[in-house]
Ligand binder design. Sequence first.
Ligand code: URA
Length: 266
Amino acid sequence: MKQTTRTERLDKILSNSGFGTRKDVKRLVRSGEVLVNGEPVKNPEFHVSIEKDTLCVEGVDVKIKWHAYFMLNKPAGYICSTKSGAYPTVFDLLDESDRRTYLGGDLGTIGRLDADTEGLLIITSDGDLNHRLTSPKWRVPKTYLVHLANEVDEQERESYVADLARGVHIEAEANAEAVDCLPAQLEWCDVQENDKTAAAVCKITVYEGKFHEVKRLFAALGNEVTYLKRIRMNRLFLDESLACGQYRELTKEEFDLLSTLNDEGV
Ligand code: URA
């Protein structure tokens, strides 16, 4: 996905790709069963180009992965942290073979969702991308489906939209200070059969990632969020065919939708 001109030692690539310890892979390389661009290479320290070279081990082609990019449909009850406490972590949802250090770095989540929030969560080892997408500078849009506890009449609906479009002041919570939020967009939705407990349903798009931002915004408007699901980050939408708790690698097209930033960063 990410173009890199980097090279890496053959033994490091192999141990990182699940072929055993450095000692195991050294033995494997010396056996002559490892081909780089179709030729046996017996030196474990040989540098392989991540982008250009091909690798074949014991007759099987190996895809060299510098970074991992996963889309997870996060279920409620999991936290976005590497350390579990009262809740398991989102990393516990990954297969053991995916839950590892990649050549490009350790896995992290792009932004955080609360334990009770569901939906689109990107897990990646690409720290640069993570930094760009979470930096306030780029004002990356994030859209959430929201269920509200209190009914909202037609007039209030209009004032919610107008207030959010102007920017709403949210109160301090835990260690997060009170702050004026950037303008956000609100779209009202019909309450569907499966939204039984919701008095009102809407979609909100926010451009920053403040602590409990969506919940605090609706609290400031006099309502309460009873269900929250992220459905979009930047131009990438959650693949709704992923069941809650399932994940998969991003396609190249999805990676582009996620990572391409517009020029409106400030
Ligand atoms: N806003 C919230 O209040 N919670 C989340 O998990 C994400 C955005």
